[in-house]
Ligand binder design. Structure first.
Ligand code: HEM
Length: 499
């Protein structure tokens, strides 16, 4: 009898070893780094069986059973049904599986399509594990709100990009354009151009533009009313800001359809990774855009009183600050910049807002029930899917971020998108809340380069989205949307809807 029990116990031990051999590949098919974070239920089974097997071979079945149960119990578990590998759930929702080690290997200068499609899980992992992240080229990528804010508010952080763009572009139209526009310059040149442009955004000019915006929005919505299915980007999101900025700079209707192509080509060259083909398209766009503007400026010089409602071109041509006027090259490049700044980001504000409403039906319903919520809603749209996601500065002095000091000479990438989802500032930051109070997002940056067109963009967003939602309460998605495919700028190329 004693021998029989001895044989049963040993036989059970052999069975346990077989079970382990069967279970091992299932339990540990994932990389070890992920097992540390989340042990699956299968891995728990593995822990249980290995302990029984070892104890059985030692002849203590009861002890082995108890020990196996205890070990299996204390092994950490990720939770029922959690996937074991990174997986795209949908275009806008990806699992956060980056551990501390992979976060440190992240390189903003070598990002892939998965990051462009949905940067938010990576930004979150960076913020949690490596908020002052060093890229292999020595530049730093900041994802915490407090750091991004500090950089923008510090007067020693420079925007001039002549060295950076010299390396990236060489001597070419793209280099001339980007290094002459006010956004990539510092005082005193920045101050002069900003004062000249500020004339375009006085309360009187904005009031004039508001009336214009209401008229354009209503006309565009009337045109939509004839259709049941439409791509909201070209038909609405793009059309409004293009018309507004064209009025401001006197671009005749015949040329307006060319503006978005120019903008995407010129702004696309600012992405961290740019192909030779994209560079060529960008250079061609600057050249063609310059020819168009040279003609417009020459016409306005010859006919100074010809300007229409809301036009500001004359104040850029004839305006002076401290006796200094813009040269012809400065005038052309800053007009190109204003045209790009004025319509590309606003197109994305309107398009992204529609996308957010379609993805969040409960919030859509809330806005329909309370149209006055549109003011806080626009701030939430700007926070949640910021049209401009990355900024840059060069540290002209050491900057103390609290836990780390960045030395003078550091090239800094500010993640506006990361800052805008920082839980230290925003409650439940990954959720959309159209009535979110005190929304301190950084979509327009802050400091001396704070967006000059922020008030105009907010007016456009408020009127466009507010009226669209009221006019078409049954707005729903209608097929696959396509995003622009840029890391710095976030928006849709196409967003089909049913009205
Ligand atoms: C939702 C729409 C918009 C967003 C998200 C946006 C965002 C920004 C951001 C983040 C900056 C600062 C960039 C930096 O310094 O690194 C900026 C600058 C600027 N924006 Fe906007 N913008 C928008 C619409 C507009 C519009 C409609 C205009 C004009 C019609 C405009 C004109 C400018 C100008 C002139 C600057 C340069 C300011 C300076 O360097 O001093 N923006 N914008």
């Amino acid at each position: 009898m004693h021998h029989l029990i001895w044989i049963i116990v040993r036989f059970h031990g052999i069975l346990c070893i077989f079970t382990i051999c069967h279970r091992y590949p299932i339990a540990f098919r994932q990389p070890f780094s992920q097992i540390r974070v989340r042990t699956t239920a299968r891995a728990k089974g593995f822990v249980f069986w290995i302990n029984i097997a070892v104890a059985n071979w030692a002849g203590h079945f009861g002890f082995g059973l108890a020990f196996g149960l205890i070990m299996a119990k204390i092994a950490p578990t990720a939770g029922r049904g959690q996937p074991r590998s990174p997986r795209l759930r949908s275009m806008n929702k990806r699992e956060t599986t980056m551990d501390a080690a992979s976060v440190r290997n992240f390189d903003l200068n070598a990002i892939d399509r998965a990051f462009i499609d949905d940067p938010f899980p990576t930004l979150r992992a960076l913020r949690e594990n490596d908020p002052v992240h060093r890229n292999p080229d020595g530049s730093v990528y900041l994802t915490r709100h407090k750091d991004v804010l500090k950089v923008y508010q510090n007067r020693s952080m420079l925007s001039d990009k002549k060295v950076e763009f010299g390396k990236k572009f060489g001597q070419c139209p793209l280099f001339e354009h980007h290094t002459t526009s006010l956004i990539f310059n510092d005082p005193p040149y920045h101050t002069i151009v900003r004062k000249l442009l500020a004339g375009a955004f006085t309360p009187r000019k904005l009031a004039e533009l508001e009336t214009l915006i209401e008229g354009i929005v209503d006309r565009l919505l009337d045109q939509l009313a004839d259709q049941s299915e439409v791509d909201i980007i070209p038909a609405f999101a793009m059309a409004l800001p293009t018309e507004i900025i064209s009025y401001m700079l006197g671009v005749p209707p015949a040329h307006r359809h060319r503006l978005r192509g120019f903008s995407l080509a010129i702004l696309g060259a600012l992405d961290p990774v740019v192909s030779a083909e994209r560079m060529e398209i960008g250079n061609a766009a600057v050249t063609e855009f310059s020819v168009l503007l040279t003609d417009l400026i020459a016409h306005r010089r010859a006919n100074p009183d010809d300007g229409g409602q809301g036009e500001v071109l004359d104040s850029l041509i004839f305006g002076e600050v401290d006796g200094r006027k813009l040269t012809e090259a400065e005038l052309i490049q800053n007009c190109i910049f204003l045209l790009n700044a004025g319509h590309e980001t606003t197109t994305s504000l309107v398009g992204n807002s529609v996308g957010i409403l379609l993805d969040n039906p409960a919030q859509h319903e809330k806005l329909k029930a309370d149209p006055d919520m549109i003011t806080t809603a626009v701030e939430e749209f700007l926070r949640y899917q910021s049209p401009l996601q990355i900024g840059n500065r060069l540290a002209d002095e050491d900057i103390d971020l609290g836990d780390v000091v960045l030395p003078k000479g550091t090239y800094i990438h500010t993640s506006i998108a990361g800052a805008n989802r920082d839980p230290a500032v925003f409650e439940n930051p990954e959720a959309v809340d159209l009535s979110r109070p005190k929304n301190k997002h950084l979509a327009f940056a802050t400091g001396i380069h704070v967006c000059l067109g922020a008030t105009l963009a907010r007016i456009e967003g408020r009127i466009a989205i507010g009226r669209l939602v009221r006019r078409f309460p049954n707005l729903t998605a209608n097929g696959k949307a396509e995003i622009m495919g840029l890391a710095r700028f976030r928006g849709y190329n196409s967003l089909p809807v049913r009205l």
